[in-house]
Design a protein around this ligand. Structure first.
Ligand code: IPD
Ligand code: CA
Length: 260
């Protein structure tokens, strides 16, 4: 697959003009309990789908704000969250991201991962086998070996409150065994933060592919590790629970997850 990274980066940076339009932000629709979508989400997705499909007409498009039932993963597919951290966006927290993964149908894996934080202008990216970068500078995961010294982000599975007992049992046990926990409201940025060593780990039950696909490659290329709650690699194309780490504390995190 021939990827023009510079062109793709340019397209993604142009989402600024939509994200910083206050008129769009005020138009909120409720998708489900605690689950919102704004015109920013919808317009960023439409813009990316149009721009990327013009550049690569043969690549299919999976996005959070559209129907994805007929995606064929034997071919190449963009896996995109136009805004990860929509609630943060609505709350003016300035902690949201555009997440873009490129699934290679032949190789059956993610080939390109991009997570763009428009409020800090931080651009995380990785191309398979070529390392992970933040604004063009190589990044690596942290070197901590003991969970008790680690800062771990705990995803709260906000759209599935039926799992609250399990989610908070794991969170409590993680908290008791690490240095402290965080809750950020953006899965994509959580994973990017583990990749660059700002966090040592992150876990969350039930993520959609657009939440973790781009991050998976960035984390892997930065020396980190992502598995589902059974210890297997998440597919990248389907819903999965995820445990992310600097690799060194992965087993310690999984012990807690699996023994709750
Ligand atoms: C959500 C955020 C949140 C995580 C949820 C995700 P969205 O994505 O990443 O941090 O806890 O599981 O669904 O809805 O803001 O795109
Ligand atoms: Ca989203």
């Amino acid at each position: 697959m021939n990827i023009d990274f510079t062109k793709i980066k340019e397209i993604i940076l142009q989402t600024d003009s939509i994200i910083f339009d206050p008129e769009l932000l005020n138009q909120v629709t409720v998708k489900g309990p605690a689950d919102y979508v704004t015109l920013v989400d919808k317009n960023v997705q439409t813009y990316l789908q149009t721009a990327l499909s013009t550049l690569y007409p043969d690549i299919d498009f999976m996005g959070e704000e559209k129907d994805n039932t007929n995606i064929d993963f034997t071919g190449d597919v963009w896996i995109i969250d136009p805004i990860d951290g929509t609630t943060n966006l609505i709350q003016n927290c300035n902690f949201s991201a555009v997440s873009v993964g490129l699934w290679n149908g032949k190789k059956q894996k993610i080939e390109l991962g991009i997570i763009y934080q428009p409020f800090t202008k931080e651009f995380f990216h990785a191309i398979d086998g070529q390392g992970a970068f933040l604004n063009g500078v190589p990044i690596r995961v942290s070197t901590k070996t003991e969970l008790k010294n680690c800062i771990i982000s705990a995803g709260s599975t906000p759209y599935h409150k039926e799992y609250a007992d399990e989610v908070f049992k794991i969170t409590k046990n993680m908290y008791l065994n690490c240095s402290d926990i965080r809750q950020t409201g953006s899965a994509a940025l959580d994973i990017a933060y583990v990749a660059c060593g700002r966090l040592d780990g992150y876990f969350e039950k039930i993520l959609s592919p657009w939440d973790y696909a781009a991050g998976h490659l960035i984390l892997k290329e930065a020396g980190g590790h992502m598995t589902d709650y059974y210890g297997k690699a998440p597919t990248g194309t389907h819903i999965s629970s995820v445990c992310c780490s600097n690799s060194l504390v992965h087993e310690q995190m999984m012990d807690i997850i699996q023994n709750c």
